[in-house]
Design a binder for this molecule. Structure first.
Ligand code: C5P
Length: 476
């Protein structure tokens, strides 16, 4: 019996797995024949196996999932648990993951680079100022190459350095210069772990999207009891594999789905110098564009003037006025999903004199216009117009920034603009605009879901899950 046949029988047999995954039993028979599981089913298989006590070592040697071509960097810091990183290397070597290893100076007091090099069958990097390595700008290469950086054991020192942006050795410099997913598996004395400084660093790093494989509680090598023991290598490797599977699943979640997103403010000129706008930074809309792109969607982001870097999505269209934003969105229909997160200026302001005399807006309005008045002209409602049109996307989502009666106003917008979901937030305290955190409430026809305060990236992550549910319901 091959490994996949063994796995399927452990999971409850062909019929059971087919039923749970809602696929034909013949597909499972095929997997067994090929001794491979298609990458699209990784997440589902992983979820099924999560309830069982399966020894991952029984399945790793056969590399059960195809096309995992992940590059990982393991950073070993110095602590009693450093020796456990050797077991992590041994387990990772049994997978398709391409592994590089960096050791800090203190890690070398516990285990040697020679041992790591022979286990990994590859040079182990230790020095930021190595002439041989640095002619190739190795610290930048090592920072950019991996998809995942695992720091195990992660000491209180490396957490503090990363939280504060210190870069005084190879390990900390790589962590600072990297775009990769960073996962820390801490190991330290319980008092150090619970120290307020470490608690603050832990929180800071979590808020920046760094993941933790939290330490165990129990007897420590130093004789004390408490939380701070490095997780078992087998569990650390399982965590990494599960992260890779989830990530690869997510990367295809919105494959072939087109998404239009409006973001940022719009600007309405009064004359060549003055304008009317609002405080939107574009951060939330950009975070949503990033997350949906990461999950495989074809994202077109239409943004007003902002001062933040553009996300890496299919296309970014820059507009200034509400009318330009409206035209740009309508030109790009049809689309599967429309998300209007832009804070569109509701009016154009047309200057007039009190005696209704015309003012030339192509030139600067002079201060001697004593009784200057403004006539307002309503801008087009992008969200409402498209949601009620023949080209209405499958899913239409709006935002609602309010200072009072938040839920009531958001619900009225949901109905009057004919949208599927309104994301409402309270902007009365002025901390939302430009900030990195958001506290939102999701309102649809039947429910009002209050989400706890979280980073705008985290709102984007959770909203992507919600959109996936809405699309699944739509297609049923
Ligand atoms: O401004 P208001 O509170 O009505 O905004 C609610 C939603 O409508 C937001 O999603 C916003 O992007 C959208 N909107 C729009 N066009 C406008 C005004 C608002 O698309 N002219």
């Amino acid at each position: 019996m091959n490994k996949i046949s063994q796995l399927i029988s452990l999971l409850g047999g062909t019929g059971f797995v087919a039923e749970r995954l809602k696929i034909q039993p013949s597909a499972i028979s095929n997997w067994k024949k090929l001794n491979k599981i298609p990458s699209g089913k990784r997440e589902a298989i992983l979820e099924l196996s999560s309830h069982l006590d399966i020894n991952i070592e029984d399945f790793l040697p056969n590399k059960i999932f195809h096309d995992i071509k992940v590059k990982m960097l393991l950073i070993i810091c110095g602590g009693i648990a450093s020796y456990k990183s050797l077991e992590i290397i041994r387990l990772i070597k049994k997978t398709d993951i391409e592994l590089d290893v960096v050791m800090t100076k203190s890690a070398q007091k516990f285990i040697t680079p020679m041992l790591v090099t022979s286990l990994n069958e590859k040079k182990c990097f230790t020095d930021l100022f190595s002439i041989e390595d640095e002619t190739k700008m190795n610290h930048i290469k090592l920072a950019r190459k991996p998809d995942i950086i695992l720091v195990a054991p992660a000491t209180a020192n490396i957490m503090a350095k990363l939280a504060n942006g210190l870069a005084d050795d190879l390990a900390s410099t790589i962590l600072l210069a990297s775009f990769s997913k960073i996962i820390l598996a801490p190991s330290m004395n319980p008092i150090m772990w619970s120290n307020l400084a470490t608690r603050e660093n832990h929180k800071k790093l979590l808020d920046r999207g760094i993941e933790f494989i939290e330490p165990n509680t129990g007897d420590m090598a130093c004789g004390e009891k408490g939380t701070g023991r490095l997780q078992e290598p087998k569990l650390i490797v399982e965590y990494i594999l599960s992260y890779i599977c989830k990530n690869q699943y997510l990367e295809n979640q919105f494959k072939d789905i087109s998404i239009l997103i409006t973001a940022g403010p719009t600007i309405e000129n009064i004359d060549p110098i003055r304008f009317v706008s609002n405080k939107s930074s574009g951060k939330q809309g950009f975070a949503i564009a990033s997350e949906l792109t990461r999950r495989g969607a074809k994202v077109t982001l239409i943004t007003g003037p902002v001062n933040i870097p553009f996300p890496n999505c299919e296309s970014v269209i820059k507009v200034t006025t509400a009318q330009e934003m409206f035209d740009s969105v309508t030109q790009r229909l049809p689309t599967d999903v429309l998300i209007c997160s832009a804070a569109v200026a509701d009016w154009k302001f047309i200057p007039k004199t009190s005696s209704n005399k015309k003012i030339d807006i192509n030139n600067k309005i002079k201060k001697d216009n004593k009784n200057l008045l403004f006539e307002t002209k309503q801008n087009p409602d992008i969200l409402g117009t498209i949601a009620k049109s023949n080209l209405r996307p499958k899913i239409v989502i709006g935002f609602s920034a309010e200072t009072n009666n938040i839920k009531k106003n958001a619900h009225s917008k949901l109905i009057s603009k004919n949208v599927d979901l309104i994301i409402a937030n309270d902007v009365s305290n002025d901390k939302v605009f430009g900030g990195d955190f958001n506290k939102v409430c999701l309102i649809d026809k039947n429910n009002c879901e209050e989400w706890e305060k979280q980073s705008k990236n985290s709102v984007a992550f959770n909203l992507a899950n919600k959109i996936n549910d809405l699309l699944t319901n739509f297609n049923q």
